[in-house]
Design a protein around this ligand. Sequence first.
Ligand SMILES: NC(=O)c1ccc[n+]([C@@H]2O[C@H](COP(=O)([O-])OP(=O)(O)OC[C@H]3O[C@@H](n4cnc5c(N)ncnc54)[C@H](O)[C@@H]3O)[C@@H](O)[C@H]2O)c1
Length: 326
Amino acid sequence: MRKILITGGAGYVGSVLTPYLLKKGYEITVLDLMIYGNDVLKRDKKLSIINGDIRDINLLEKIIPGHDAIIHLACISNDPSFELNPDLGKSINFDAFEPLVNISKKSKIKRFINASTSSVYGIKKEKNVDETMELKPLTDYSKYKADCEKILDKFNDSSFCAVTLRPATVCGYSPRQRLDVIVNILTNLAYHKREISIFGGGQLRPNIHINDMIRAYELMLTSEDKKISGKIFNVGFENRSVEEIARIVQDKVGKDVILNKTETNDNRSYHISSEKVKKELNFSCKFNISDAVSDLINKFENKVFKNPLTNERYFNIKTMKKLNLK
Ligand SMILES: NC(=O)c1ccc[n+]([C@@H]2O[C@H](COP(=O)([O-])OP(=O)(O)OC[C@H]3O[C@@H](n4cnc5c(N)ncnc54)[C@H](O)[C@@H]3O)[C@@H](O)[C@H]2O)c1
């Protein structure tokens, strides 16, 4: 694998993954609508950036041939942004998927790496939610992710290696920062307001540090076909409770940070097992929530973000509301 196309390569995960893979010697094409800005990727002679839409079939037919692999990250990537305009969400997250895979296979792309989500499982009573368990997605965002996994599976064969990752919630710093995912939300509020509020607190939330997330995508490029072809892997590290996450944040940001707890009836827990990726591909995470919090504190100290509490570019839903994308 040498030439890689990353859809959504200018997003939160993509803008860390792209420079990481360039450093490792890959040639990268990024296809991205640049919803959150086009200033996050540094120029590089091995990088070509296309400001375009995965729904544009003519564009896909033009740019896909010549790549060895596709990492598909582009999407409307959280529940509130999806629900803001469900037709838009469906057109990007679901309708565009099969044509993208079909054109990739016709263009002799060898490997298709699909970003799903661990929220496809919905709420489970079992302690360790593994890849064999039934999917019960609770929202359209998760439901279409589950549907795309099934579509991809139909295309998998010896010439087209298709693999899906189901990531936990990602945390940590990225040049295209998201401050609307749990660890990042709490760190931002703790640092800038010196106060965080949680509802309940016992609910489990699986997390993965962004630097491990990109290692997992790299692993999907370097593993042998037979080890990943047609497979699905959960990738996560810490299934921590909301209160534990808040305590880690408080501990790192400062003891003066006030932690407010309110009772709630919504005690739904999400938790995943990442044993399969460990056993079959020897993947384990190297970073934890504490590292993500420290990285963000460092960026806050250095005033890297402009108005981190209010600037819409750090919050997907606020940007989507402003853009009114069709
Ligand atoms: N961040 C997480 O916690 C998390 C957890 C599980 C799964 N995922 C999945 O990982 C992937 C990346 O997530 P992220 O957090 O980097 O999201 P993100 O919203 O930061 O990035 C998505 C990128 O896709 C682009 N995009 C959207 N629609 C497009 C279109 N029609 N054509 C081309 N580009 C388009 C956006 O401009 C953006 O740069 C997504 O598929 C997401 O569902 C993320």
